[in-house]
Ligand binder design. Structure first.
Ligand code: DC
Length: 219
C-alpha cells in the first residue's frame, strides 16, 4: 500500500505519518528531510551547479528509524545529519534548493526508487501530484497559518529555543508563498486527494480520520 501525505509546513504531516506508518507497518519517508539534506550539503561544501548536482546524485539517503536520515556521501563515508538539517540556516536555504528543477528530478527519482514495490507512507509537497501519482490513497492536510505558527512556536519552545510567535508566523507565510508559487512541482492538492483541515482538530482526531480511510482501502 502506498500513502501520499502533502500539505504546507507545520500542518502535522510528519507526526501523523509516523503514527500511521507504525500502525499499518509502512515505511515512513520524510521527503522534506531529503531537500533539507540537499541544502545542508550545498552549504557545507559551498558548491553550485553541476558539481552540486553530481554530489546529490552520488549521495544515498538512508533513513534509520522514523525519519532520521543518514547521508552516505561516498561508499565509505557516512554522516548523521538528522540534527544538522533542522537548523534555521539550513531551513532558510532549503526553499531555493527545493525550487531547483534538477534537484527535484534527482530527488524525485530517488524517492520513487525507494517506493518501488514498498508499502510506504511519504510526506511532502508533491507526493500525490508528482512522486506517487498512483498512490492508493492521498491526503492533503491544511491548517490556518496562525494555527501552524502557534504549533511551531510551542515545538521550538519545548526544544528550549526562545522564538517569537510573530517571527514564526512570518517565516511560515514566506515558506508557503515559496512552496505554492514555484514553477517546479509546487505545493498543490492532487484532484483525487482527501483534504483535511486540521486547524481545530487534535493529532488523534486527524489520525482517526485517516485511519478510517486507509482501512477502507486496505480492506
Ligand atoms: O516538510 P519540510 O518543512 O521539512 O520541508 C522542507 C522544505 O522542502 C520546504 O521548503 C518544502 C520543501 N519540500 C518540497 O519542496 N517537496 C517535498 N516533497 C518536500 C519538501
Amino acid at each position: 500500500m502506498q500513502v501520499a501525505v502533502d500539505g504546507p509546513a507545520s500542518s502535522g504531516k510528519s507526526t501523523i505519518s509516523k503514527i500511521l506508518a507504525s500502525e499499518f507497518s509502512l515505511i515512513y519517508l520524510d521527503t522534506g528531510a531529503m531537500y533539507r539534506a540537499g541544502a545542508y550539503l550545498k552549504l557545507k561544501y559551498k558548491i553550485i551547479g553541476e558539481p552540486f548536482y553530481e554530489l546529490l546524485r552520488r549521495t544515498d539517503f538512508i533513513f534509520v528509524g522514523a525519519g532520521k536520515p543518514f547521508v552516505l556521501k561516498s561508499p565509505n563515508r557516512r554522516e548523521d545529519v538528522s540534527a544538522a538539517i533542522r537548523t534555521p540556516e539550513v531551513t532558510a536555504a532549503t526553499s531555493d534548493v527545493a525550487a531547483d528543477g534538477e534537484v527535484r528530478r534527482i530527488l524525485t527519482a530517488k524517492q520513487q526508487k525507494i517506493a518501488e514495490g514498498a508499502d510506504i507512507i511519504m510526506d511532502g509537497r508533491d507526493i500525490g501530484t508528482v512522486v506517487l501519482p498512483n498512490a492508493d490513497i492521498k491526503f492533503f492536510l491544511i491548517a490556518s497559518s496562525e494555527e501552524r505558527a502557534r504549533r511551531r512556536t510551542i515545538e521550538w519552545r519545548v526544544q528550549g529555543k526562545n522564538v517569537i510567535y510573530e517571527d514564526v508566523l512570518k517565516d511560515i507565510s514566506e515558506r508557503d508563498k515559496h512552496d505554492i508559487s514555484r514553477e517546479n512541482a509546487p505545493l498543490k492538492k492532487a484532484p483525487d486527494a482527501k483534504e483535511i483541515d486540521t486547524t481545530l482538530l487534535t493529532i488523534d482526531e486527524v489520525v482517526e480520520i485517516m485511519r478510517v480511510c486507509i482501512r477502507e482501502i486496505a480492506g
